[in-house]
Design a binder for this molecule. Structure first.
Ligand code: DGY
Length: 521
């Protein structure tokens, strides 16, 4: 596929995609032509246009329009609280807006992150449809020639994050993106935006542009991460799953650390307390993988699968990919793309098969699988419930998942902990080893609703709203106390509040949730 043109200003960079075709002496990834230069010392902080009043007016009138067409009666007190949360959420997205893309959180994550942005676009859609589409367009503006959409787009200079563009690339040729991917949420969001669009012409035009790019990315997943055709894809780096330090790959992460690992300084610990972040040992493993992949001809996808010491079938990526395939198929049908529909249906059929390998009947849970040893992970993680959102679980499996989920929730105050609270490794503060994440709650709650577990779905929604009332729009939350953890004024938490409050039913995934392709919607 031809490299895309840049559509947004890259103030500090003059960029070429010519390097996308590998040659022995040149990196194969998109690079900046010259070294990034930091902004002059003492330069004023970026101006933030707070248009909250206007945004809120837009949201309110549109929302009322939707609510009037529903039969729900509103409680005026709840409405006031809701208004305040909507205002805060809009303000956070505006503050984190860098012009066509939204940083997850000032300082801690100063670039465009892949699944963050795709989720955030659903938040923007509630009050600014054009801006919502722009988020996805920017995400794909740095797509690799082979179809990969990287986990991070280094769009404007920042020195508040490690590992930055000069680590993924070289100091002489800083990379324009990271060299691995992230959960492919984009097609889900594109469908969400399309289905809820008030500006139908805009939506149609945007989806037509985005469709081939999203398709190329899904093809990349199967080519680069499932060359053995298991029907489910591998992650080769924990950052590829988004659930960075999940106990689901504790065993798989026991490969040796590179003895020649260059010294490095973490920046995350200047923003967030170390008790809430991955350990040094874990970071050493992350960087061992990064440098190994870079040495393999700059992240050559044809090599990486075979040489990586970590190869895990991750539930988060696979559930999202499966769900995104359903949504991509739905979009293909709207656009009248028959051949593409057939191709996507083949992925879905293979996915139904592939997911069977991840079902642990005794535990009544889905599990991640170490592809190198073939073992299912011993940890029960919140992503175990995401196959409900994908619509790949059978009714019987759903019932067992619900049984487990109810037991987990009886041990904590707030749903859903990222690790089974009975697991000795459960840590209420540490990132993906216990805390609650709103985006995962949103997906689980929607999955439950579609399998008919309304009450449990409501509890998860109510807990999520209470967490943001109590602790603000934090990155993640302590499931025992409800305290906020990690980054503050976090974009995807704001987006979840907006999408959840504005559209209680969120994304429809059709009433037929499992079974052969003819039942897919
Ligand atoms: C980080 O640096 O914490 C990110 O999750 C990597 O993408």
């Amino acid at each position: 596929m031809a490299p895309p043109q840049d559509t947004f200003q890259k103030e500090e960079m003059s960029v070429t995609m010519a390097d996308a075709i590998p040659t022995p002496s040149e990196p194969r990834y998109p690079v900046t032509k010259r070294t990034l230069s930091p902004p002059a010392r003492g330069s004023p902080p970026t101006e933030v246009a707070l248009k909250t009043g206007q945004d809120h007016k837009n949201w309110r009138s549109r929302s009322l329009h939707r609510l009037f067409s529903s039969t729900e009666h509103l409680n005026p007190d709840a409405q006031l609280e809701e208004d305040a949360r909507v205002r805060d959420s809009i303000q956070v997205l505006r503050m984190n807006d860098r012009g066509g893309y939204t940083v997850p959180a000032e300082g801690l994550y100063p670039f465009q992150w892949n699944w963050d942005s795709a989720i955030v676009s659903a938040g923007w859609a509630v009050f600014d449809e054009e801006r919502a589409w722009a988020e996805l367009e920017t995400l794909f503006s740095d797509q690799w020639a082979d179809g990969m959409v990287a986990s991070i787009n280094f769009i404007k200079f920042s020195d508040t994050y490690f590992p930055g563009p000069e680590i993924w690339g070289t100091p002489e040729k800083p990379s324009k993106t990271s060299g691995i991917s992230q959960p492919p949420v984009a097609a889900m969001s594109a469908r969400f935006l399309f289905e809820h669009a008030e500006n139908q012409d805009l939506a149609k035009a945007k989806v037509e542009e985005l469709f081939p790019k999203m398709l190329a990315w899904h093809r990349w997943w199967y080519k680069a991460r499932d060359p053995e055709k298991k029907g489910v894809v591998a992650i080769l780096h924990p950052w590829e799953s988004g659930m960075d330090n999940s106990p689901a790959w504790d065993e798989a992460m026991k490969f040796p650390i590179d003895p020649e690992l260059p010294p490095y300084v973490r920046r995350d610990l200047t923003h967030v307390n170390a008790s809430m972040r991955p350990t040094k040992d874990t970071y050493d493993h992350y960087l061992t993988l990064l440098y190994k992949f870079k040495k393999a001809h700059f992240y050559d996808p044809d090599q990486l699968y075979w040489i990586s010491p970590l190869r895990v079938t991750d539930l988060c990526v696979n559930s999202i990919l499966f769900r995104a395939n359903r949504d991509l198929r739905w979009l293909a049908l709207q656009l009248g793309k028959e051949e593409e529909t057939t191709e996507i249906e083949q992925w879905l059929d293979a996915g139904f098969e592939g997911f069977n390998m991840l079902w642990d009947e005794e535990a009544g849970l889905y599990k991640c699988q170490d592809q190198i040893t073939g073992k299912l992970a011993d940890a029960g993680i919140s992503a175990a419930f995401l196959p409900l959102f994908a619509g790949v679980a059978s009714k019987e499996q759903a019932a067992k998942l619900v049984e487990n989920l109810e037991r987990w929730l009886s041990k904590v105050k707030y749903a859903v902990p990222s690790l089974n609270p009975e697991d000795p490794r459960f840590d209420q503060l540490q990132y993906w080893r216990g805390p609650v994440w709103l985006i995962i709650n949103w997906m689980i709650s929607n999955g439950l609703r579609h399998y008919g577990y309304e009450e449990l779905a409501d509890r998860i929604k109510q807990d999520s709203i209470e967490l943001t009332n109590k602790a603000g729009l934090r990155e993640y939350f302590d499931p025992l106390t409800g305290d906020g953890c990690g980054g503050r004024q976090f974009s995807w938490t704001a987006a979840m509040c907006l999408a959840w409050l504005d559209r209680p039913a969120a994304i429809g995934i059709g009433h037929k949730l499992s079974g052969p392709k003819k039942q897919l919607e």
